[in-house]
Structures are given as structure tokens and as C-alpha cells.
Design a protein around this ligand. Structure first.
Ligand SMILES: *Cc1c(COP(=O)(O)O)cnc(C)c1O
Length: 388
């Protein structure tokens, strides 16, 4: 019996190595990996540039305390701020930590303005912001919060798409609205551009902060560096994680100048966050993602893939209800048993992963080839046909 705490219903398969879009199992099978550690391995497995970076840094220096200056961290922060809305970055180790820091900064901002009661964060019901105590109560799904009371105070919720409910829930005590630009775990639900624009206006009008959780949809996953760039808006605080490390655990919270000044020496800290080893990998990931035309290619291949998926949907309407997503954060909302569908894909050597609302998430690496997309399309088609 496994000595691991049973918090996952694990598939009975393990892998010995990965290369690009492919994973090789211990029993000698080759899989097309369109999970990529849940949008983490943005450049696929064993990317040569990342291997080089991690090898080189591992021979120099792994970890020093944030009590000292860390040049690799300075460099990554500078690059993230030069390319985005942000003026400052605080590095963490995971998405939950990054979102939790976003919450802390929003509260501290109004506290430092002499409004300590303006501390509530308004979120979407059944969203996903992580698994720490604060972030599960921010997400507000029964599955995640049940049994973990007392409830962490300070979170209000509105229903996805219900604008009236959203406006009604903003009170004098609201400090910020925090949403995922594209809801990942919640079922690949894209917040439309006009909503994001409206949300920015609403936050300005009510003088509250806008936090956009881009832990899953950020770092090129949507086809833009940040998904909110499509709407041409600027948030105040953006937690990131998954894709920035390309498989190495990195989280970060990006902030604008306005809210940054509220955080002072001692108001937050981390032992591991931003160490030289992690930062070298993060910089290597950006070397590739910031290359000219890289994101354009993501958008092009996404268009190609989505057109194929939409075609499959049209021909298999009893199996697939809807194709969802932007860039390479895609989902098939199936009408059939979700677990069975994923199992059938896996039998055909295509790995995918579930999301809420009966959605099968499809997350290729951002540098996936057209040939690999074609291979996945053939498999998805075959599995759909098997229901006839
Ligand atoms: C995965 C995820 C998180 C949590 O990240 P962890 O690294 O698992 O803590 C937070 N927000 C969103 C939108 C995510 O997809």
C-alpha cells in the first residue's frame, strides 16, 4: 500500500522520461502529453534551453536567503515588469502563495490608507485560487472547504456571469475583486473582453482594486503573455505561477506602483521564493517565450487546433457539447461520462485532464507542433466515433 496521503485518485501509470510533447511510461508506452503538469511545462518536457540553464546554475549556486541580493531574481523581475503592466514583483513558490499574497497586498493597501475595514475580497463562486486556508475560502467550492472550518473571513462571492449580483455584492468594505481571467479548474470559462473592460471601469468607479489570477492562463498560455491583454486593460495585482517555471516550482505576485508602496521591509517574506536556481529556470523560460513570433505561433496553432475541434464537435454533437478556451488553454465539454472519455483518450495514448462542468482540459506545450496537434485530433475523432 502507498505511504502517500490519499488526497489524489491517481491513475495507475508512471513515467520514466519526457521529451517535448511526449511522455514515456515505465511499461514502455509513448503518450502525447496534453496535460503538461496542468499547464506547467510551458515548453514541454526536457527543453534543451531549460536543461542548460538548470545544469549551469546548479553548479554555481542553488539557494541563498532573501536577506541577500539575488541578481537572477532582479533580472527576472525586471524582465517581467518591462513587458507587462507591473512595476514590482514578489517571488513565491506556488500559485496558492501568489494568490494569497495578492489578497494580503489588497488588504494592506487600504489599511495603509487608514481604511482597515475595507478588507473584503469579492470572488466568483466555485472559482479556483489554490489550496491554502485563505484561498479555499476565496474559491468557495464545497468540495475544497468542507471540514476545514472555521471559515476564513473576508470573502464574498458572486455568480459567474451575473453582473447584477456582482454590483450588489460590492460594499464599502470591499477592497478588491479577484477573478481568474480564464477559469481553469472551473471548466475553462473565458471572461469575455467586454466584461473585463467593464470590470476595470467598475473597480475604478468604486475605487477598489482589480486582481486577475493568471496562475493558469498567464505566461503565454492564452496566446498573449497575459490573457487580460486581449481586453486591453490593466489590473492592479496579478498572481502567476504554473507556466513561468516550465516545470520548476515558481510563483510570483506582480503589482503596479499604486499598491506596491504599501508593502515595506518585513511585511511579507519567503524562505525559498526566488532562489537562484528557480530564477535561472524562470529566466530561461522567458528567453524562449519572449522570442519574436513565439506568442504569434501559439495563437496560430490555437486557431488551427480550435477549428479542428469545432469540426469534431459539429460531427459528434451527442458526445461533445462545446469547445471552450483561448490559446492553448482548451476544453471539451462532453455530454458523455467525463472519466470514461479521458480513459478512452488515454488508451489511444493521448493524456488530458478533467475540469469542472464535465470539461476535458487539453493543455499542449506552447511549442507544440502542427503534426502533434494532428495526432491529437485523430485520436479525439476516433474516441468520439467510438460512441456511435
Ligand atoms: C493552479 C492554480 C492555483 C494554485 O496553484 P498551486 O501552485 O497549486 O498552489 C491558483 N490559481 C489558479 C487560477 C490556478 O489554476
Amino acid at each position: 500500500m502507498s505511504a502517500i496521503l490519499q488526497t489524489y485518485n491517481r491513475k495507475k501509470i508512471s513515467f520514466k522520461r519526457g521529451r517535448g510533447s511526449y511522455l514515456y511510461s515505465n511499461n514502455g508506452k509513448k503518450y502525447l502529453d496534453f496535460v503538461q503538469g496542468i499547464a506547467v511545462n510551458s515548453l514541454g518536457h526536457s527543453h534543451p534551453h531549460l536543461i542548460k540553464a538548470v545544469n549551469a546554475q546548479s553548479k554555481k549556486l542553488w539557494h541563498v536567503s532573501n536577506a541577500f541580493n539575488i541578481p537572477e531574481q532582479e533580472k527576472l523581475a525586471k524582465r517581467l515588469t518591462q513587458k507587462t503592466f507591473a512595476n514590482f514583483v514578489a517571488f513565491q513558490n506556488s500559485g496558492a502563495e501568489a494568490t494569497e499574497l495578492a489578497i494580503k497586498i489588497a488588504r494592506k493597501y487600504f489599511h495603509s490608507k487608514g481604511k482597515p475595514n475595507k478588507n473584503r475580497i469579492l470572488c466568483i463562486n466555485n472559482s479556483f485560487h489554490g489550496r491554502t486556508l485563505a484561498t479555499i475560502f476565496a474559491s468557495n467550492s464545497k468540495k475544497m472547504t468542507e471540514g476545514f472550518g472555521p471559515k476564513v473571513a473576508g470573502f464574498d462571492h458572486f455568480t459567474f456571469g451575473n453582473h447584477k449580483d456582482l454590483e450588489k455584492k460590492i460594499t464599502k468594505k470591499t477592497a478588491a475583486i479577484m477573478i481568474e481571467t480564464i477559469m481553469g479548474e472551473g471548466g475553462i470559462k473565458v471572461i469575455p473582453d467586454f466584461c473585463l473592460k467593464g470590470l476595470r471601469k467598475l473597480c475604478n468607479k468604486k475605487k477598489i482594486l482589480l486582481i486577475l489570477d493568471e496562475v493558469q492562463c498567464g505566461i503565454g498560455r492564452s496566446g498573449k503573455f497575459f490573457a487580460f491583454e486581449y481586453a486591453n486593460i490593466k489590473p492592479d495585482i496579478v498572481p502567476i505561477a504554473k507556466g513561468i517555471g516550465g516545470g520548476f516550482p515558481i510563483g510570483a505576485c506582480l503589482v503596479n506602483k499604486k499598491v506596491a508602496s504599501t508593502m515595506k521591509p518585513g511585511s511579507h517574506g519567503t524562505t525559498f521564493g526566488g532562489n537562484p536556481l528557480a530564477m535561472s529556470v524562470g529566466n530561461a523560460v522567458l528567453d524562449v517565450i519572449f522570442k519574436k513570433n513565439f506568442l504569434k505561433n501559439v495563437r496560430n496553432i490555437s486557431r488551427y487546433f480550435k477549428a479542428k475541434l469545432n469540426n469534431i464537435q459539429l460531427q459528434n454533437q451527442k458526445v461533445i457539447k462545446e469547445v471552450r478556451g483561448t490559446g492553448l488553454l482548451l476544453g471539451l465539454q462532453v455530454k458523455v461520462n467525463q472519466a470514461k472519455f479521458i480513459e478512452k483518450l488515454m488508451k489511444e495514448k493521448l493524456l488530458t485532464i478533467r475540469a469542472a462542468e464535465n470539461v476535458v482540459r487539453i493543455l499542449p506545450p506552447l511549442n507544440v507542433s502542427k503534426k502533434e496537434i494532428d495526432q491529437a485530433v485523430t485520436i479525439i475523432n476516433k474516441v468520439c466515433k467510438s460512441y456511435k
